[in-house]
Design a binder for this molecule. Structure first.
Ligand code: 13P
Length: 287
């Protein structure tokens, strides 16, 4: 069933585990993630970036596809359909398309503008019964070959945004999208603890979940993280399994070129990655 992220995250925060938010990029991805969540009886969040939404021919298509898959695959665990790092306009489109949850990423705006836009979207989400995530600080990552370490969030700014009535808060704590560089300093637990002190019981979100070691994940959960986003790791496992299939020449044996066969090893690899993450995040059996 499609639910808001709010209800699953409040339970997760109180139960000291985190719900995985896995980005979907196409049908295979969505199916693999949903079936794994069902098998493990874990709640799950399907993240959709604006680029992926466009790739899947638009947010309305994504909503219809996810709703139909939940029904036809008989998925009974809670599933949230969530816009990942949305622009203001993207948030409005997803609200209209029937997503159950959105993220407004106003972290690149000056704080006053972030507050204003977040406030407007909170009002709309309240009215529609949807949940909303906001971001403070920035998540690092690679852009044009330059690796940014991200900007740690200011705990006072976190409190200002949290007090607007959002349901979950993403805060930069030294986390990075994509693969972590060899010289990565790790998460700043000092920042996370200071944020938690200011925002109290607000569920916190850890982006850039790919490659974060288990001990850091566990510590982050103990400090209020209730949602962990993973994308690159599923992409990497899909690509590796597909490459192995092609390099073994399997696409040239019989009808191995049939996309149902060609994409199967990648889809299985995503299931494995999602399973490992759900076990690590502690969400197995929590549906
Ligand atoms: P990774 O691609 O590093 O796993 O990050 C995913 C993410 O945070 C999506 O918002």
């Amino acid at each position: 069933m499609l639910v808001t992220a709010k209800e699953m995250l409040e339970k997760a925060r109180d139960g000291k585990y985190a719900v995985g938010a896995f980005n979907i990029n196409n049908l295979e991805w969505t199916k693999s993630i949903l079936l794994t969540a069902e098998e493990l009886r874990s709640p799950v969040i399907l993240g959709v970036s604006e680029g992926a939404g466009k790739y899947m021919t638009g947010f309305k298509t994504v909503t219809a596809m996810v709703k139909a898959m939940i029904e036809e695959l008989k998925i009974t665990v809670p599933v949230a359909l969530h816009l990942d790092h949305g622009t203001y306009e993207g948030c409005l489109k997803c609200i209209e398309a029937g997503f159950s949850s959105i993220m407004f990423d106003g972290s690149h705006y000056p704080i006053e503008e972030n507050v204003e836009k977040t406030k407007e979207l909170v009002a709309i989400c309240r009215e529609k019964g949807m949940s909303i995530e906001a971001e403070v600080g920035s998540i690092g990552g690679e852009e044009d070959g330059v690796v940014g370490m991200g900007e740690c969030a200011d705990p006072d700014e976190c409190k200002r945004i949290a007090d607007l009535g959002i349901d979950m808060l993403a805060a930069g704590i030294g986390n990075i999208h994509g693969k972590y560089p060899a010289n990565w300093q790790g998460l700043s637990f000092e920042t996370l603890a200071a944020i938690q002190e200011k925002v109290g019981k607000m569920p916190l979100v850890l982006h850039g979940g790919t490659g974060i070691p288990e001990d850091m994940i566990k510590k982050a959960i103990s400090l209020g993280v209730a949602k962990i986003n993973v994308n690159t790791e599923c992409q990497l496992s899909f690509a590796a399994a597909t490459r192995e299939y092609i390099e073994a020449g399997k696409d040239q044996q019989g009808k191995g070129y049939d996309p149902r066969k060609l994409l199967a090893p990648g889809a299985e690899a995503i299931k494995q990655t999602v399973k490992e993450k759900m076990e690590m995040f502690g969400s197995v059996g929590k549906a």
